[in-house]
Write a protein that binds this ligand. Structure first.
Ligand SMILES: Cc1cc2nc3c(=O)[nH]c(=O)nc-3n(C[C@H](O)[C@H](O)[C@H](O)COP(=O)(O)O)c2cc1C
Length: 171
């Protein structure tokens, strides 16, 4: 039997995964990111198989990671984590710039870009191994952990999402 409370003790951060859908910017929230190797410097990212970002990543073979600070606006997590890039241009709603042509969040703690060299399909997810092509270390503040999200941040994210829907319906 798998006890998820045991697995949650494996520390993870929270990130915005950015990718390209032909010329369009797409992206999602991910926690399943790790430094997989230091030579060549490589990341592993695990994407749910239903994620549109995952399907784009399979084609374009490159992505960006924006490391989220603890004081991130909960809207950012709702925007990238609660809806699909298939029908929405998520990056239009947040301040961003580009690194190697890939979208990255302006108020992130760090930016990373990477090129996919392997992918491993599993039943629920696909794990991408990617060599790091560029990094920008922007600020040294604390990063948001997946644990923070589960313990106290999730309610704020849900509220921010509901507020966005309300504003859309009124506007
Ligand atoms: C806190 C949190 C953590 C998440 N972690 C992951 C993850 O590690 N991998 C993943 O593919 N999706 C993860 N998701 C789900 C995606 O962000 C979500 O399904 C998103 O809507 C996918 O958007 P897309 O269809 O534009 O790719 C997470 C969502 C949240 C809110």
């Amino acid at each position: 039997m798998i006890d998820w409370n045991a697995l949650f003790k494996v520390s993870l951060g929270l990130y915005v995964l950015g990718a390209k859908d032909n010329g369009r910017d797409v992206g999602s929230i991910v926690d399943a990111v790790m430094i997989a190797a230091n030579k060549p410097a490589a990341l592993a990212v695990s994407c749910g198989n239903a994620s549109y970002t995952k399907s784009c990543l399979e084609k374009s073979k490159e992505f960006s990671i924006s490391v989220l600070p603890k004081d991130i606006d909960p809207f950012v997590v709702a925007n990238f984590g609660f809806q699909s890039s298939k029908t929405i241009n998520k990056w239009d709603s947040v301040e961003h710039e580009t690194l190697n042509g890939l979208p990255v969040l302006k108020n992130a703690l760090a930016h990373i870009t990477a090129k996919v060299v392997h992918s491993y399909p599993l039943e629920s997810n696909t794990v991408f191994i990617a060599e790091i092509t560029d990094t920008a270390n922007l600020r040294d503040d604390d990063n948001l952990l997946y644990e923070d999200y589960r313990k106290y941040f999730k309610n704020d994210v849900i509220k921010a999402f509901q507020q966005q829907i309300k504003e859309k319906n009124n506007g």
